[in-house]
Write a protein that binds this ligand. Structure first.
Ligand code: ADE
Ligand code: ZN
Length: 340
């Protein structure tokens, strides 16, 4: 299949997005608009200047700028607008379901009440469902550069939103902050009936992935690239059928891989890992989910059968009820059976 044909198939395939930080979908134009609306000073004179600053050599370079950008988010309406802008784009990419991360501590540390963040995001998600028919769920992420007591306090505060959050996650600076640091908070979240996911093996070693499995009891692994350095770990991930939410453009932008041609997704698929393709922080890394698929296809790493597998994995790896998964999987099969 030519790259143009693959691009057509990418556009046509229904898909779920399982690794998207909503704060990472803040486009520079919206950053400026919200800075004006909320009278917040930002250290950039123009949208071009913002984009020029998005040159990273490691995760921390990005995180510093990402947390600074989030300063413009103040009111529930800002969070609703942010979510809706993401879903408008995602719907255009044929995303039918998204499980989105948010970082409450980034906002509560600035005096923004958790209720403002959650209610705003939920309003945007409800409008996206009405406008595009896209379903979604919220995953509350703990910042791993902070301590476990802060994560426990955040979870306690979130208890009143329990019926509106599907799970907890772990993100921010990975190196030096192993998953085991958050074992108790993840145990509590599990006892509360929440799903558990964690970033591991993005920059951190394979042992961090093991800790996420053994100490956090994760239901899904975010990134996981560095698991590929450890064949026994890969075999375990395959055996346990764990879904990996991999983010190709993010990996290139943060120098986790040398270039797209060297991206491990083709090897991950060949090893039998249940891999998915996601955008991570699309406003910062150069594209939304279909841009990620197209970049992989253009680099020659994946073909038609891989695209179907990746789209199916996105629904089987989601936290949707089984009946919904079956409905989305049938829609993928319908695309597969279409005459070319
Ligand atoms: N927060 C937002 N994006 C992230 C990433 N790629 N890794 C860790 N924390 C993040
Ligand atoms: Zn991420």
């Amino acid at each position: 299949m030519s790259v143009a044909d693959l691009d057509g198939l990418i556009a046509a395939l229904p898909k779920a997005e399982l690794h998207l930080h909503i704060e990472g979908s803040l486009e520079p134009e919206m950053m400026f608009a919200l800075a004006r609306r909320n009278r917040v000073a930002i250290p950039f004179a123009s949208v071009d200047e913002v984009r020029a600053a998005y040159r990273f050599s490691r995760l921390q370079d990005f995180l510093d700028i990402y947390y600074a950008g989030a300063e413009v988010l103040r009111e529930a309406e800002d969070f609703a607008d942010l979510a809706l802008a993401y879903f408008d784009r995602a719907a255009g990419d044929n995303v039918r379901h998204a499980e989105i991360f948010f970082d409450p501590q980034t906002h509560t540390a600035r005096g923004i009440p958790l209720g403002v963040v959650v209610e705003g995001l939920l309003a945007g998600m409800a409008e996206a469902k009405a406008r595009h028919g896209v379903s979604s769920g919220l995953i509350l992420c703990f910042l791993r550069h902070l301590d476990e007591a802060a994560a426990l306090a955040t979870l306690r505060e979130a208890e009143r939103f329990l019926d509106r959050i599907i799970g907890v996650g772990l993100d921010s600076s990975e190196l030096g902050h192993p998953p085991g640091k958050f074992a108790r908070v993840f145990a509590r979240a599990g006892a509360m009936g929440l799903k558990r996911v964690a970033h591991a093996g993005e920059e951190g070693p394979p042992d961090y992935v093991r800790e996420a499995l053994d100490l956090l009891h994760i239901d899904r692994l975010d990134h996981g690239n560095r698991a590929m350095e450890d064949p026994a770990l890969v075999a375990r991930l395959v055996r346990e059928g764990l879904t990996l939410t991999v983010c190709p453009l993010s990996n290139v932008k943060l120098c986790v891989v040398a270039d797209m041609a060297a991206h491990p997704i083709p090897r991950m698929l060949a090893a039998g890992l249940r891999v998915t393709v996601n955008s991570d922080d699309p406003a910062y890394f150069g594209g939304y989910v279909n841009d990620n698929f197209r970049a992989l296809a253009a680099a020659g790493g994946i073909g038609r059968a891989d695209l179907f597998q990746l789209a199916r994995n996105s629904f089987t790896g989601s936290f949707l009820p089984e009946a919904d998964k079956a409905r989305h999987l049938a829609a993928i099969t319908a695309v597969e059976n279409m005459p070319c």
